[in-house]
Write a new protein. Structure first.
Length: 159
């Protein structure tokens, strides 16, 4: 099993996450996700928060260019896992249990994307955040075994 340690980024959208003028920065929310949270359009714990292992040779992050899971090319999604026990806790911190990508094969992966796998189709499954820095074990090259992810003790991110 290959260990992968998740990393948290936090709410000060300017600075840690960049600004709306800077669309190409590390560990960032998708623009439509931020808008949907502000407009109370999402029910994060009741939809199925999911994490995907991403090959950045096949996907280039742009916070304003993608809104839904279907906007991320299938070739870049090497593996996916539902996040169990998702919750929005104190101070708006999104958290979940650790996860496992089972029996992963495919290209080397350099990033993670979190998204909400709702009751409809991938066309309506909103992307949450993109992570490409601050993770132990990344990049990871799948070898056919499980890849385990560990959520930071302080959660995924603060909304």
């Amino acid at each position: 099993m290959t260990p992968l340690i998740g990393h948290r980024f936090i709410g000060g959208l300017a600075g840690v996450l960049g600004t709306s003028r800077d669309r190409y920065f590390a560990n960032a929310y998708y623009d439509d996700f931020k808008r949907a949270v502000q407009e109370k359009e999402l029910d994060i714990p009741s939809d199925t928060p999911t994490v995907s292992l991403i090959d950045t040779d096949d996907y280039t992050f742009d916070s304003g260019d993608a809104s839904y899971a279907s906007d991320v090319d299938a070739a870049s999604k090497v593996a996916a896992a539902a996040l169990s026990t998702p919750a929005i806790g104190a101070a708006g911190v999104f958290d979940s249990d650790d996860w496992t990508f089972p029996t992963v094969t495919g290209d080397q992966c350099e990033a993670l994307i979190t998204w909400l796998n709702g009751p409809t189709t991938p066309v309506a499954d909103p992307l949450m955040a993109f992570y490409d820095t601050g993770m132990t074990g990344m990049p990871v090259t799948p070898s056919g075994g499980d890849i385990n992810g560990t959520v930071n003790g302080s959660g995924w991110h603060a909304l």
